[in-house]
Design a protein around this ligand. Structure first.
Ligand SMILES: [Zn+2]
Ligand SMILES: [Zn+2]
Length: 567
């Protein structure tokens, strides 16, 4: 079960309790646990597998009672108590409760009218079949709620959010009365998909900030203004919240709104123990009641005797404890990457030639790269190899590794013969078809490829396409084991809709000692600068340079990744 499915189940139980008029504290407990699971960065099912019932209590909001139920859920596939509570209500009713403004009573009424899930509600409003059956007032509320719900679930890929934030920050900081501006929240933590954009602004005069924003070229309109906040909607419909504070408390502002929520909760309770309280205005010494405004965010952690956790890992998954112990890892940085070893050219589905891609890689400062076109069966492999060799022979200051990205077939094979594979220096294997096979079969395919002596590693290991499809299911434990056994790597693919391995699996892989590479999977010159997003995923997975093979210089990379140089 995914975290979201578990959270949804707990929310359904909470809703059923409330419809039955049961104890309010129970309801709050279930909602709190659902919250915690939704925001958890580790997979709850895996956590249970490794650490059992006790491990579940690491998730904020899960206490003994709920841990017992979840333990039963994972062991038997259901919870007798939940079944008992939920049996009186149709299943779809609980999905209706996700719509803002729809409470249990309204949901029940809708079910009686034959609207039994979210899609049903959407249709009933669209084809107006619900009109006349509910009051006009309720109809309006449903329409607004549905719109709000859809907006809320509208997320965008990180690069799009970054691009918009860059435009806004660049525009803001041109004004003399704006001293600083920075993105906040999940954007600053480099989460792969982003909802709203939040931006901090250091300025003494919010009125001037507002007036300045009116000329922002991508502005739709300013929706709301508060004492310290402005809410905008951009021309493309995306919401942006601007938080304004004077420069003297700017550090507190960005710390507060970088989050995550769970990071801040734990940090605040730690601060309290040390006699401080935290807010977006600064850090207050509780005894003397003096508020110390903080200009530089690092100062807050420093005052608490901690290292500053990089924003990417502020998820309350151990970073606060590590920062207190002065044991935060030094995370891999973009500048550590020495070569991009997954790129495509016009030999397969890429837009640029071998030399164009190589020149671009050189301009980005790489000393080596691999060109890994798809293994199209009708490709003239020898001609392609010869062309790359010729490029290398003319000594252009970058070594192009002659690679291939080979499909792992549905029936556990590789798309081209071993003879063809062996003529190449470097083979990435990946799954591009039959994603819907069961977990066992997918695992077998991945392990088969890892075991294959000519395969160097697996590209985009989960096959997920963000905002489109979740990855295929695999037994990652077994995949990691195979990586270690055969000394193969897994890729972190930087392509914006992939970001694959996902950060949670990255952390597990790194913890087990699995080696990784970070690549762009470029199909165009312009894609080659996407590397930073893969590095962001690596950082969110607590990865140091040591785990990343393409942070090595060429000779070491060749050795550690088992590249078979032809000459
Ligand atoms: Zn691929
Ligand atoms: Zn590719």
């Amino acid at each position: 079960m995914t975290n979201q499915e578990i959270a949804d189940l707990l929310r359904s139980v909470a809703a059923a309790y409330s419809m039955k008029g049961l104890n309010r504290f129970q309801i709050i407990a279930y909602e709190g646990a659902a919250d915690g699971i939704e925001h958890a960065t580790s997979d709850v099912t895996d956590l249970w597998k490794h650490e059992g019932k006790e491990g579940l209590k690491q998730i904020p909001g899960i206490g003994e009672g709920i841990a017992v139920h979840l333990d039963e859920l994972f062991r038997t596939g259901q919870v007798a108590h939940f079944e008992d509570v939920l049996k009186d209500y149709p299943e779809g009713l609980f999905s209706l409760l996700k719509v803002p403004g729809v409470g249990p009573k309204t949901a029940l009424k809708l079910v009686e009218l034959g609207v039994d899930d979210l899609r049903g509600l959407k249709n009933a409003i669209q084809d107006r079949s619900i009109e006349g059956k509910v009051t006009d007032k309720l109809l309006m509320k449903l329409r607004e709620g549905l719109e709000e719900y859809q907006k809320r679930s509208d997320r965008m890929l990180l690069p799009m959010a970054e691009e918009l934030a860059d435009i806004i920050v660049g525009y803001l900081t041109k004004a003399p009365f704006i001293r600083k501006a920075d993105p906040l929240g999940s954007l600053r933590r480099k989460v792969s998909t982003i909802g709203d954009i939040d931006i901090a602004v250091a300025s003494d005069d919010i009125k001037k900030v507002k007036a300045h924003l009116l000329d922002l070229p991508i502005l739709g309109k300013i929706l709301e203004e508060g004492e310290t906040t402005l809410t905008l909607v951009l021309k493309n419909g995306i919401r942006v919240d601007i938080m304004v504070q004077p420069l003297t408390s700017y550090g507190a502002l960005i710390q507060h709104f970088t989050g995550s929520k769970h990071h801040n909760i734990k940090l605040r309770s730690y601060a309290n123990k040390r006699g401080f309280s935290l807010s977006e205005h600064g850090i207050k010494e509780i005894k003397s009641k003096t508020l110390l405004p903080v200009e530089d965010e690092g100062k807050i952690y420093e005052l608490l005797g901690m290292q500053v956790p990089p924003p990417e890992i502020r998820e309350d998954t151990g970073e606060i404890e590590a920062a207190i112990d002065q044991k935060l890892p030094v995370l891999v940085a973009l500048g550590d990457i020495k070569g991009d070893v997954h790129t495509h050219t016009t030999w397969s589905d890429g837009h640029n030639s071998v030399s164009e891609m190589a020149e671009k890689a050189k301009n980005l400062g790489y000393k080596y790269m691999a060109i890994t076109d798809h293994s199209y069966p009708n490709l003239d492999f020898s001609k392609r190899i010869k062309q790359i060799e010729q490029y290398n022979d003319s000594e252009n200051g970058i070594r192009v590794i002659i690679g291939l990205e080979v499909n792992i077939t549905a029936s556990c094979g590789l798309q081209v013969s071993d003879r063809v594979l062996s003529e190449h220096e470097f083979i990435l294997a990946s799954i591009h078809s039959s994603f819907r096979q069961d977990k066992e079969t997918i695992t077998k395919r991945l392990v088969y490829a890892l075991e294959h002596p000519l395969v160097n590693g697996i590209a985009h290991p989960t096959g997920r396409i963000l905002l489109e499809r979740s990855g295929y299911e695999a037994d990652w434990e077994k995949v990691f084991e195979a990586c270690l056994k055969y000394d193969k790597f897994l890729e972190i693919n930087s392509f914006p809709d992939r970001m694959d391995l996902p950060d949670i699996l990255v952390r597990e892989a790194v913890g087990k000692g699995v080696k990784l590479v970070v690549n762009t999977d470029s199909h165009h010159l312009e894609h080659m600068t996407l590397m930073k997003y893969g590095v962001g995923v690596a950082r969110r997975g607590w990865t140091t340079k040591k785990s990343i093979l393409n942070a090595l210089d060429l000779p070491e990379f060749v050795k550690e990744a088992h590249v078979r140089l032809r000459k």
